[in-house]
Design a protein around this ligand. Structure first.
Ligand SMILES: *[C@@H]1O[C@H](CO)[C@@H](O)[C@H](O)[C@H]1NC(C)=O
Ligand SMILES: *[C@@H]1O[C@H](CO)[C@@H](O)[C@H](O)[C@H]1NC(C)=O
Ligand SMILES: *[C@@H]1O[C@H](CO)[C@@H](O)[C@H](O)[C@H]1NC(C)=O
Length: 437
């Protein structure tokens, strides 16, 4: 994936910023050292860095900073997407920098490994969403992100709405990819949809392997798919899907929020291969603060003369809110940092922040999006009202449940008709019955 937005000026600011502390204060500033472990070469890692830089500058300008001089010092480390590198960075940050907290790591695999560090400092991840990560193992693990299971209701509702009774799940073989499966199967089963087949891809699957798996799916005459994998695998996967003609009329594809959240930073070539895909993502309530933030974000890019401005995604907002959660806890420090963060409640850039079981609560609403050109929102799903076309500013459905409408959908092959779910061949019969497809 091409990185679209390396901003030398901002990156410099990132590595050297601190709080320009209140000059007139009599107090000595309280220093909080924060280790940041991200894959700095990935679009999410790069974006999150900039969003944290902006969080620090907004904190410096906030009234509470004037009253409580606090110097937040970030120590960024590049995990390069490798769990072992993330772990060794964490050890190094704890021992050499004596950090008070860690923000990151980026992936569930890395978070799983960092759990081995035991309960030393709070570890706040804004993107490790696997349900398999447990706080029992590491009570200091906090996620400023939702658990992947929170979206299974929305996905099952889509499947039901389109009348699909049989489908195939394609997922990554990792903590992230596997974690959602039990709850997803259950939700689909409750909606009377049968998962006829599951295709499991290693995170580093080579293109030739992906291709072979897709040929198997063609032999099964499967045409409805749910895809749950990291965005980096998905970007290679969908190029192959399109090449093999599986993104054409008659096929239906649903993707989970991990992919949808990253669509704004994906290459156009990937989006071109995903035309007609449906997906969901948590809905972020609009606010003046978010609007101001987005304007500032765009300005930063303009002043750096960037030709393409990536849309802010939810990981950016959660990274921003992680910095604030930490700073707020440090202002009001009670007995210890972890408990103060866990009990904290505030309005963040991404909405109301109140952690439950150490993670963000289920979003009040999910957006349903359709890849047409780039990303188009076609409706919302809320747990109480199901599908609707609109929400009010508190993320509450504005229509009655009887009015289950969505905007029009552009399906693969530029078709406007909902693909009809085909009977998926039993696995054993695929060879002798192949010609009947
Ligand atoms: C948003 O920006 C405007 C103009 O700079 C400012 O007046 C307003 O207070 C800001 N609102 C928030 C919530 O930050
Ligand atoms: C949104 O709708 C709910 C339910 O009708 C209502 O209680 C809430 O006040 C509304 N919020 C706004 C901002 O309009
Ligand atoms: C394959 O097709 C034949 C006839 O078309 C049918 O009798 C047979 O049951 C099918 N096998 C499977 C495994 O579906």
């Amino acid at each position: 994936m091409v990185s679209m937005f390396i901003l030398p000026a901002m990156l410099h600011a990132f590595s050297s910023f601190g709080w320009s502390m209140a000059q007139n204060s009599h107090h000595r500033p309280h220093h909080i050292h924060v280790g940041v472990i991200l894959d700095m070469e990935s679009p999410v890692g790069e974006m999150a860095q900039q969003c944290m830089t902006m969080a620090i500058s907004d904190l410096n300008a906030s009234p509470s900073h004037i009253n409580h001089p606090l110097k937040l010092i970030l120590h960024p480390r590049n995990s390069m997407g490798q769990p072992l590198k993330a772990l060794s960075s964490a050890v190094e940050l704890l021992e050499n920098e004596q950090v008070d907290a860690l923000i990151g790591p980026q992936t569930s695999e890395e978070a799983e490994l960092l759990g081995e560090l035991g309960d030393r400092v709070p570890i706040i991840s804004f993107s490790a969403s696997s349900p398999l990560l447990s706080r029992e193992k590491n009570p200091n693990f906090i996620r400023m992100t939702t658990n992947d299971n929170s979206q299974v209701g929305a996905i099952a509702a889509l499947v039901q709405k389109f009348g699909w009774r049989e489908l195939v799940i394609i997922h990554e073989d990792s903590s992230y990819g596997n974690g959602i499966i039990p709850d997803l199967l259950l939700a689909l089963h409750e909606g009377n949809a049968r998962v006829a087949h599951r295709t499991v891809l290693p995170p580093q699957a080579r293109d030739i392997y992906v291709e072979a798996q897709l040929y198997k799916l063609m032999a099964l005459s499967a045409n409805i798919f749910i895809v749950h994998m990291s965005a980096s695998l998905a970007s290679r996967f969908f190029i192959k899907v399109n090449e093999l003609g599986l993104m054409s009329t008659g096929y239906g594809w649903i993707v989970t929020d991990g992919i949808v959240n990253e669509l704004p930073v994906m290459d156009q070539s990937v989006l071109d291969s995903m035309q007609g895909v449906i997906g969901i993502r948590p809905s972020i309530p609009p606010s003046e603060r978010l609007h101001n933030f987005s304007m500032k974000w765009r300005n930063n890019f303009f002043t750096n003369q960037h030709h393409q401005i990536p849309e802010v995604n939810v990981y950016c907002l959660w990274a921003y809110d992680s910095v604030w959660a930490l700073a707020k806890a440090a202002y009001h420090l009670g007995s210890d940092l972890v408990h103060t963060i866990l009990r904290g409640k505030f309005t963040g850039l991404s909405g109301e922040i109140q952690l439950k079981n150490g993670q963000l609560q289920q979003p009040l609403a999910f957006e349903i999006v359709n890849v047409i050109g780039r990303v188009k929102r076609i409706g919302f799903w809320t747990q109480w009202n199901g599908m609707t076309q609109g929400l009010n500013r508190s993320n509450v459905a504005t229509q009655s449940p009887s009015l289950r409408k969505m905007g029009s959908i552009g399906w693969p092959g530029s078709s406007s008709a909902v693909p009809k779910g085909q009977r998926v061949m039993p696995k054993t019969g695929r060879d002798e019955n192949r010609s009947s497809n």
